[in-house]
Design a protein around this ligand. Structure first.
Ligand code: NAP
Length: 200
């Protein structure tokens, strides 16, 4: 049986926290591969706050190309209209053989809002969720059961120390002229400089 990770995120920009989270999830859940899926038009964010999808897609390709079990998909960037996880998961369901196990991997803060996402009841039946947490993040099992109800056993929280790195901090650093080297791959750092991203 195939086991596929769908690594969902804005990736503005992608950084080592994301890469470590994906690698740890690949190992821990015995995944065959992890497919990074940069969001197209997130419904919960004003468009002006997010960099152009083609930049985020390109940076994600640069960051992942040296890992043979990482891939990048442009399904969300290519799909017109607002980006909903349910549409992406359905596309993955159709693309892989019946019985393939899908794991939607993303940040814990995003997953905590998942029951408000479009068609969340169907979504939890189509895939399991892997919620990557930053160091020191605590959430009682009781609270998880309260939020997710009977689907709670399909949500897996796991700590990723490298997620002390954040995209928001990296954007702030670029804006204020502070270094970002070693927070993300050099190729992504060079791309940000070349494209003039995150400077006001
Ligand atoms: P976000 O609100 O920008 O991020 C929430 C937190 O999670 C941030 O701390 C972020 O850190 C972290 N994070 C985001 N992606 C991550 C990843 N792949 N691995 C580890 N940490 C991650 O969330 P978002 O990026 O917009 O959305 C995350 C995913 O949820 C996307 O795939 C999105 O499509 C999906 N989503 C779907 C719906 C829907 O279907 N209605 C609604 C909301 C979100 P960084 O800023 O450092 O990345």
């Amino acid at each position: 049986m195939l086991r596929i990770g769908i690594m969902g995120g804005t990736f503005d920009p992608v950084h080592y926290g994301h890469l470590v989270a994906a690698e740890q999830a690949w190992y821990r859940f015995g995944l065959d591969k992890v497919v990074f899926v940069p969001t197209g038009r997130p419904p919960h964010k004003p468009e002006s706050q997010v960099s152009d999808a083609h930049h985020r897609l390109r940076m994600t390709v640069l960051a992942t190309q040296s890992n043979e079990h990482f891939e990048v998909s442009s399904v969300e960037v290519d799909r017109p209209g607002p980006t909903y996880a349910i549409d992406t998961v359905r596309q993955f369901r159709d693309a892989y053989p019946p019985g393939t196990a899908l794991y939607f991997i993303t940040g814990a803060d995003a997953i905590l809002t998942m029951m408000e996402w479009k068609d969340s009841d169907t979504l939890v039946q189509l895939c399991e969720f892997v919620a990557a947490t930053r160091p020191g993040y605590q959430l009682a099992d009781e609270r998880i059961r309260e939020i997710f109800g009977p689907a709670a056993h399909r949500i897996h929280f796991f700590e990723v120390p490298a997620l002390a790195i954040s995209s928001t901090d990296i954007r702030d650093r670029v804006r204020t002229g502070r270094p970002i080297r070693y927070l993300l791959p050099d190729a992504v750092m060079d791309y940000i400089a070349g494209a003039g991203l995150y400077r006001d």
